[in-house]
Design a protein around this ligand. Sequence first.
Ligand code: PHE
Length: 390
Amino acid sequence: MSKKWLSLISMVLAIGMVAVLAVGCGGPAKTDSTEIKIGGDFEITGGVANFGKSTVNGIQLAFKEVNAKGGILGKKIVLVLADNKSEPSEAANAITKLITQDKVVTVLGPVASSNVLAASQIAIDNKIPLLTATATASKVTVGDDGKVKDYIFRACFIDPFQGEVMANFAAKSLKVKTAAIYVDNASDYSKGLAQVFEEKFIKNGGQIVAREAFLAKDTDFKSALTKMKASNPDVIFIPAYYQEVGLIVKQARELGMNTPMIGTDGWDSPKVVEIAGAAALNNTFFSNHYSPEDKDPHVTSFVEAYKKEYGQVPDALAALGYDAALMLIDAIKRANSAEPAKIKDALAQTKNLQVSTGILTLDASHNPVKSAVVIELKDGKQTFKEKINP
Ligand code: PHE
């Protein structure tokens, strides 16, 4: 073949390649104009997969209900899911995919505070609102510099409140004087709660007699528990998630510790009972976002709708997922637009919105002011003990 032909062929090939590249990367994003796409960055697998599944169920129920009534702005609202495998680094990967590939206009999730913290900077950098239904650590919405994060919102109360609820419960309802704290050092949620609890328990005249730490995924807690036993606390505070909580309670009872144990929303899973066994859990209490036993008509209608859809009683995560979806739907309607910046502005203005767990108004820090409940585990059953208003 002549040189001339060769160079002509290579030129044609080069032009072809440039054209392919241009079509592949450059053109406008294909958006289906009949849909509003919402991202879901959730714990579908991994350590707290039970949390992710419940939250997604709650969201899907709210989306289904609004779509059945004609959708929003004449469009269907759809959830595009990405699994963060219950890990912070994967939560960052998942949100990047949702924003850059799926072109979602808002992200719901993740569940766990550490995962939200890992994902939120990416939402901020891309100017995409992130609304977590469940993450309670205070720094989720307010940075270390004290500034409110413009694009980050939540649908639940925060840990300074939840930690205080349990410190007061220990001091005033259980009437105990000394406490041990067992913290998960891999979790921003756990570390924040341990700090608040300690401060408020001492303020109530109590004393902290032991502090021990573990890391999520640990399975043997006996040496730390043995140390705690030696300091003979009246109560043990364990701000952690169900997998570790189940094992800790089980092993403590095996060591002959009958001490009451108290915790926070991370205890809310039937898995705790599966792992620890019903008997071991007697004399344990935890704070939560709602109780399905609450007779408020908004709670009962949500519980009925959820049972009809999924054949089970919704836990707090399902209720909060439903509430976050209602918040987002309300914001898009008020914004009269599905543009991320407008959704963000409307979310910040959320006021007097009736949701399943109460009436929701966001404060200036993008946090709702909501009540908490204290649950007692009795023979493996969650029983409603107290409701505490902020
Ligand atoms: N509050 C937990 C966190 O911030 C998540 C959670 C919410 C777990 C509700 C259970 C129930 O990590």
